[in-house]
Design a protein around this ligand. Structure first.
Ligand code: 57M
Length: 318
């Protein structure tokens, strides 16, 4: 509440564009950049509970810092300096790719890391990408960062689905980092990856704390300072735990939202103005069909939970 009051006092409030669903106009001025609070909490808890000599912990904290800075610069220019509309789309994407490449290179260079892929439901197929692992991991990290950002358009939607995904990865990280359990489940053992469990737990806790205030009607939005680093970290965790392909299924909701934008924009350009959906990203389509905001959010959470349960089943069904 203190931060919300402070942001209000500093007039860091969301400017609602009038081309979106009309129901969003009442959200004008809602304090934003709450993501900083999530990142700060994550940092403090990781420093308290994480093993600070673990290189995967270093990489994740660095990812948070790099992607958090991109989101912060965008929010800062939009919300505080109010000089322009934030970073240009190309500028933001370029910075994300640079950070993604750097982080992927660091992961690739970790002594206990290999460039083989895990294919969900198939335990005997694991193609080795070699050096191509770096662009592949960059695609996963940058794609996830953008997909979570696009999903962040309704109260509680992005953070709720993020918590579901991160709790699932918490289980995968524990399994991959535990020699006996990994062996028993025929999952690739990744030495030192068990420590990622702590960061997943921390992110889930910080996310729940944020959701308390972001639940409809939201008292605060996370802003790009939240959605870009949270998505980036989710991608990095998928890469470190060697469950990158699984993210397509586990994060299926984020994929669906991003695909709806790609399809809508592509079709819009091809046909000079026709649309597949009433509005993209997909959550706006259902809002314009008359579903209430909470109905869309809760139903999308249900989809996330079902996808998480199917993803967990890959631990045994393979
Ligand atoms: C993120 N940001 C929200 C908030 C949040 C290419 C195009 C599809 C891009 C896309 C886009 O800009 N996406 C980026 C969407 C915004 O939320 C802020 O942004 C942060 C996340 N980055 O934390 O600070 C609005 O979302 C609502 N919101 C909530 N509760 C929350 O907890 O209600 C957010 C968090 C907030 C608030 O209203 O203001 C956003 O939607 O702008 N663009 C779009 O998404 C636009 N779509 C569009 O133009 N579709 C076109 C096609 C052809 C491109 C179409 O389908 O016809 C929509 N967004 C807006 N207006 N503002 C629709 C039109």
């Amino acid at each position: 509440p203190y931060t919300i009051r402070m942001l209000r006092g500093m007039q860091i409030g969301q400017n609602i564009q009038d081309d979106g669903p009309q129901s969003h106009l009442s959200k004008q001025g809602t304090p934003t950049m709450g993501g900083i609070l999530i990142l700060f909490t994550t940092l403090i808890s990781t420093l308290l509970w994480g093993n600070l000599s673990n290189h995967y912990v270093h990489i994740l904290l660095l990812s948070m810092l790099l992607f958090g800075s991109i989101g912060f610069i965008d929010d800062y220019t939009k919300q505080i300096r109010k000089v322009n509309k934030g970073l240009t789309a190309k500028g933001k994407f370029g910075l994300q790719i640079l950070c993604g490449l750097f982080i992927s290179y660091l992961i690739y260079k970790c002594p206990d890391f290999d460039s083989k892929l895990t294919i969900p439901f198939f335990k005997n197929i694991s193609p080795d990408l070699g050096l191509f692992y770096i662009p592949f991991a960059t695609l996963v990290i940058v794609g996830t960062s953008n997909a979570v950002n696009l999903t962040d358009g309704l109260d509680g939607l992005a953070i709720g689905s993020f918590i579901v995904a991160i709790v699932t990865y918490m289980i995968f990280a524990y399994v991959a980092g535990h020699v006996q359990i990994a062996q028993y489940l025929h999952v690739r053992h990744i030495a030192n990856a068990g420590e990622i469990t702590v960061i997943c737990g921390v992110l889930a806790g910080a996310g729940l704390g944020f959701l308390w205030f972001n639940a409809h009607p939201a008292q605060i939005f996370m802003g790009d300072s939240g959605s870009i680093p949270l998505g980036g970290m989710l991608g990095v965790i998928a890469v470190i735990t060697k469950q990158e392909i699984l993210l397509l299924l586990l994060g299926g909701l984020f994929v669906m939202e991003a695909m709806s934008v790609i399809l809508q924009v592509g079709y819009f350009k091809m046909t000079n103005g026709s649309r597949i959906f009433r509005m993209a990203p997909l959550h706006h389509h259902f809002e314009l069909k008359g579903w209430g905001e909470t109905k869309v959010v809760v139903r999308f959470w249900i989809i996330s939970i079902v996808l998480a349960l199917i993803s967990l089943s890959t631990l045994k069904i393979r």
